[in-house]
Design a protein around this ligand. Structure first.
Ligand SMILES: Cc1cc2nc3c(=O)[nH]c(=O)nc-3n(C[C@H](O)[C@H](O)[C@H](O)COP(=O)(O)OP(=O)(O)OC[C@H]3O[C@@H](n4cnc5c(N)ncnc54)[C@H](O)[C@@H]3O)c2cc1C
Length: 516
């Protein structure tokens, strides 16, 4: 058994093994022999005080450590029972990997292109404002997770075996650092290769992945889906894991049309806020420039305004704001970063919770009222711009003072910004909550309220506007027994890690039912 020791090391010594060994010796309750070995089990940064520390949980060993890669027992499933997985996002791909371990053949149906070909469509949105409704920042191999920030945080370890997902990610090409860092991050330069490796595993073991395959219709009776229609062809699918993400509005509409129960769900909506990374580093680390051994600093802010949450969301240090629309005629923004996190900008969602009270003007849409509310705002934001993906924006202090910005600061958002009063396009309640929230955050975080920061509209795809109800244990839809709603779009995940965990959970539940 290794001995566990916790030590604190300054950024300048974090790569100095001799120093670290001495610190281990100084902090270990036992007297250590002259020769010992160590591994870092957990790494965190403590930037609360004036001095910044790496806090390391160390495991001390007395014999040389041989690092063995975790292996997985993926079975050959070529001739085994089939399960259709709709959506090749983190949920779909991890459900497929788990089915391989269980000896079931996954057939993944994905409307978008493979990760490589998808790049061309991302370039078209960024540079020409052309949105391909099947291939964009949300749709295509790896789903919304591929060209994302790749933060691997989840608030709850009750959702499943996080270590298993991290090990699967490392097996498919992620750095082993993600096993150690308290706030692991992959970066969108590394994620495309990783999702392609996952596809290789699925195919090598007899599973299938079909790109440019769009689930457009289904036929069901009182408790079963009989056929699904993919690219005009009817397929008899015995069991379907539906994990099409929070942006597949056509899927929500398809379910509603077929009277398959779905519920309206609250989500969060607002803007993306962008500061200079140097300012965030100065405030968080009290250093300028930050020590080269420190990553770009991040922040997390939250408060309550009129009993509604206002909070920073998916903060991307050293990142870029990206156009995440999935249809022409709307503007949606999100954030991503490369593994180095070295852009001069720090962006974050700045959002507030919205629920049925906010959607009341759309209640004629029943369970899809939140979705229609979300869509109407995205379209209004588009119409307030110049007909491209240039995003309506306002400097932060101008927003607080109800003033249209006479100029806008430089931004990482490639399609460009246009100066518009956000008060004139976002609902009044959202504006009020965001303003009060920002003022509160200004009290918590020095220099946060600056006119050098810009608010970019609109951050609206924070989570799904619906929940597809399923049985807690079997994960079957509450009525349609061969439908297994999963992942973020169905309301069971919020982020890459939790979507992957839910994919595994649903695959396992399906296996326990002994699929026909
Ligand atoms: C720019 C950006 C940055 C992000 N950064 C982070 C981050 O740093 N950390 C984090 O945890 N999360 C991040 N997220 C969120 C994260 O990507 C999602 O939570 C996660 O991908 C959800 O996984 P999922 O598998 O449930 O759905 P998705 O990833 O949305 O995948 C759904 C898939 O279904 C496919 N599909 C939809 N409709 C159909 C159909 N009719 N037929 C066939 N296929 C269909 C889609 O094309 C898509 O590939 C980010 C998202 C974006 C857009």
């Amino acid at each position: 058994m290794p001995i566990t020791v916790e030590i604190k090391v300054s950024p300048s010594e974090i790569e100095n093994e001799i120093f670290i060994k001495q610190e281990i010796r100084n902090n270990c309750k036992e007297t250590l022999p002259e020769k010992f070995f160590y591994t870092i089990a957990r790494r965190n940064i403590d930037a609360r005080a004036k001095s910044i520390w790496y806090v390391l949980k160390i495991e001390v060993h007395f014999t040389e450590i041989t690092q063995t890669k975790v292996e997985f027992n993926f079975k050959n499933v070529r001739n085994e029972k089939e399960v259709y997985i709709i959506g090749a996002g983190p949920c779909g791909y991890f459900a497929a990997l788990h089915l391989l371990r269980l000896g079931i053949k996954p057939i993944v149906i994905e409307r978008g292109k493979d990760a490589q070909k998808r790049r061309r469509d991302l370039k078209a949105i960024q540079q020409e404002g052309i949105v391909n409704p099947h291939s964009n920042y949300c749709f295509g191999e790896g789903g919304a997770g591929t060209y994302s920030d790749g933060k691997l945080y989840t608030r709850s370890d009750k959702r499943g075996n996080i270590k298993d997902v991290l090990n699967l990610l490392v097996y498919h090409g992620a750095s082993e650092e993600i096993l150690v860092d308290v706030h692991p991050h992959i970066g969108s330069n590394k994620l495309p290769a990783l999702v392609q490796n996952i596809r290789k595993t699925i195919i090598e073991h007899g599973g299938e992945v079909r790109f440019d395959n769009y689930l457009e219709d289904l036929e069901c009776n009182s408790d079963k889906i009989i056929n699904i229609t993919v690219n005009g062809t009817k397929i008899k699918a015995e069991n379907i894991i539906l994990c099409t993400g929070h942006s597949a509005r056509d899927i929500f509409e398809l379910l509603a049309r077929n009277k398959i129960e779905i519920d309206c769900k609250e989500f969060a909506l607002g803007v993306r806020i962008e500061h200079s990374q140097t300012l965030i580093d100065e405030v968080q680390y009290k250093q300028n420039p930050r020590h080269p051994n420190l990553p770009a600093a991040s922040y997390s802010l939250a408060c309550q305004v009129n009993n509604k949450g206002v909070f920073s969301f998916c903060m991307c240090p050293g990142g870029l704001i990206v156009p995440a629309s999935t249809s022409p005629g709307e503007i949606v923004v999100n954030g991503m970063s490369l593994s180095r996190r070295d852009s001069p900008f720090a962006n974050s969602g700045m959002v507030t919770a919205v629920d049925e009270k906010d959607f009341s003007a759309f209640n004629k849409f029943g369970s899809l009222q939140g979705m229609h509310y979300q869509k109407s705002i995205e379209q209004k934001v588009f119409n307030a711009g110049d007909g491209t993906q240039r995003a309506p924006s306002q400097r932060l202090m101008d927003f607080l003072n109800n003033k249209v910005s006479s100029s806008l600061p430089e931004s990482s958002y490639i399609p460009g910004l246009c100066s518009v009063s956000l008060q004139s396009i976002l609902p009044k309640e959202i504006i009020t909550r965001l303003k009060d929230g920002l003022i509160e955050f200004g009290k918590k975080q020095p220099r946060y309220l600056t006119n050098e920061a810009v608010l970019v509209a609109t951050e609206s795809r924070t989570s799904s506007p619906v929940k597809i109800p399923r049985d807690k244990l079997t994960c079957q839809h509450i009525r349609i027994k061969n439908l297994f709603p999963a992942g973020e779009g169905a309301g069971y995940a919020g982020g890459i890690l939790s979507a992957a965990l839910d994919g595994i959970r649903v695959a396992e539940a399906l296996y326990q039912l002994k699929v026909e």
